[in-house]
Design a protein around this ligand. Structure first.
Ligand code: NAP
Length: 500
């Protein structure tokens, strides 16, 4: 137990510094600064502008590692030049595997659902590191670009365990896993399988799953049927912005990125360059993210006081220019500036909202966050299952404009004196040889699948024979990539082609 904590602070770009100043002013009034020190760290536009393509200095990385908690404003992503989003870099660098967002109807924020008298209160956990966000992309041929989608068992376990633990803490009784396992049977299938496996450790929480397209429709029609959702990264990104729209927009959805060691709290909206410097930005998302941070470090009482004051202020009609509910008795035509908005919340400190349920105020008011010991090196996270793998073939990917029969003829010739026989050619995932439709249009990038000849027992050969086959093919063709076909404890470790 520590009595004072240091939080790494990055105000951000555009409207970032304005909304951060406003949020910290509010926190100071709630005596948060009696327990927290804020240590400024350099990242974002100012760092990109020095030619640092990562957008974060080494000192800032070290400072964040020391603090274990980051509070950040929105940051600009450089346009062009290959500069990656600092926001994504941070999440990945510090392994914050779970993005946790809460979506609540707020008084004074008019939405389709608030007008219908439907209160929303649900949360989404999005896997934050894997999936297509690995950013592993290649141009494979004249016409084909690839983005690798990576989903790991330990990565799934981390995000699912966090989800169930958070649900338990918040009293959530049912969690839904959103996915597309009907199409991506292996990647999304793994995500769903690990969800069910982790769920067994939490028998008091009911589980359900929903295909992501149906989920989007359900969210538009009846979002109140969900309490908590967990999704893979890209699907979670899209669904959580959809959810933000249901409660009034990105300006009202706080966000926490949680890892085993480090946590990042940030507003989900961007730098809003069109209103930067005007002092009119809405700080609500950053304030709510800050409340998640206060709860994360143990300042539960202060967070509850602040949340009640915010709700009480909103229900009087206090608003910035980007939102408002004209049906409220106190609706103000003239919106507040960022500073006035915060003063309006400060005036309500100690009060509770009257039109919406107040947040219970716990007694816990000192930090409980203890930074875990610094690891001695990067950790390899594994599920520690001893699986027996067996080589059964290989998929070789070719850049060629030939037709399927011509590719087949060449491949059969090359494979003649090897332990492999050609079993399949597919194009964009659809089988085009040995059978298929003449109407299947092909592009200049093929998968050719080789499997063990009859009489060659699985496990009889190792990877080197497959590499030798690829070498032979590479004498005449551009080989873009190669995937070993293996079985894991006798279970096929690769998908079939459409139509196979
Ligand atoms: P954006 O900054 O969220 O702004 C879109 C529009 O939303 C703004 O022009 C403004 O609209 C409104 N808005 C957003 N936040 C607001 C606030 N707090 N108060 C009042 N109005 C607000 O999205 P963007 O224009 O797509 O992105 C701008 C930059 O931010 C990009 O460089 C992007 O990469 C970056 N970004 C960063 C993060 C992050 O740091 N986590 C997230 C998203 C985007 P009006 O026209 O109504 O004024």
């Amino acid at each position: 137990m520590t009595s004072r904590l240091t939080i790494a602070l990055a105000p951000g770009d555009g409207i970032g510094p304005e909304i951060m100043d406003a949020t910290l002013r509010l926190f100071k009034e709630a005596k948060v600064h009696d327990h927290l020190d804020f240590r400024p760290v350099a990242m974002g536009k100012s760092v990109f502008d020095t030619g640092n393509s990562k957008g974060i200095t080494d000192e800032a990385v070290r400072a964040i590692e020391d603090c274990g908690v980051v509070f950040k404003g929105p940051m600009e992503t450089p346009k062009g030049g290959g500069g990656k989003s600092i926001n994504v870099t941070l999440r990945k660098l510090f392994s914050t595997f779970a993005n946790f967002r809460v979506f609540k109807t707020l008084p004074g924020v008019q939405t389709v659902f608030s007008k219908a008298g439907i209160r929303l209160d649900f949360s989404i956990v999005r896997e934050n590191i894997e999936d297509t966000y690995g950013g592993v992309e290649h141009r494979l041929s004249n016409d084909m670009i690839q983005c690798k989608r990576l989903i790991s068992a330990p990565g799934c376990d981390q995000v699912h365990r966090f989800t169930f633990q958070t649900a338990k803490r918040l009293g959530v009784t049912k969690i839904h896993c959103g996915h597309k396992a009907n199409i991506m049977k292996m990647t999304d299938g793994l995500f769903l399988e690990r969800f069910r496996a982790v769920g067994k450790d939490f028998p008091e929480i009911e589980t359900g799953d929903v295909i992501v397209d149906a989920l989007c429709m359900n969210m538009a029609i009846k979002p109140q049927q969900y309490q908590m959702l967990v999704l893979p990264n890209l699907q979670g990104d899209i669904v959580s912005d959809l959810a933000a729209g249901l409660v009034g927009g990105l300006g009202f959805a706080p966000s926490a990125n949680i890892g085993s060691n480090i946590a990042i709290f940030e507003a989900v909206h961007g730098t809003a360059p069109d209103i930067a410097g005007k002092g009119i930005a809405n700080p609500t998302s950053l304030i709510l993210s800050g409340l998640m941070m206060l709860r994360h470090v143990g300042l539960l009482k202060q967070a509850a006081h602040l949340e009640n004051a915010l709700l009480a202020a909103l229900e009087t009609g206090l608003r910035t220019g980007d939102f408002g509910d004209p049906s409220l008795p106190g609706y103000r035509k003239e919106p507040a500036t960022t500073a006035q908005f915060v003063e309006g919340i400060i005036e309500r400190l100690g009060e509770k909202p009257k039109t919406v349920p107040a947040v219970a105020v716990p007694e816990q008011a000192t930090p409980t966050f203890a930074h875990p010991a610094r690891p001695s090196g990067q950790q390899v996270i594994r599920t520690f299952v001893n699986v027996v793998t067996t080589v059964v073939g290989c998929d070789i990917y070719l850049d060629t404009p030939l037709s399927p029969p011509a590719v087949a003829e060449e491949m059969q010739r090359v494979a003649q004196d090897t332990p492999f026989k050609l079993t399949l050619i597919s194009n964009r995932g659809t089988q085009v040889w040995p059978t298929g439709s003449v109407y299947t249009e092909c592009v200049d990038y093929y998968r050719v699948r080789f499997e063990l000849r009859d009489g060659v027992a699985p496990g009889a050969i190792g990877q080197s024979r497959a590499v030798a086959l690829m070498d032979k093919i590479a004498e005449k063709f551009v080989v873009c990539s190669y995937e070993l076909l293996r079985s894991f404890d006798g279970v096929r470790g690769y998908s079939l082609a459409q139509g196979q």
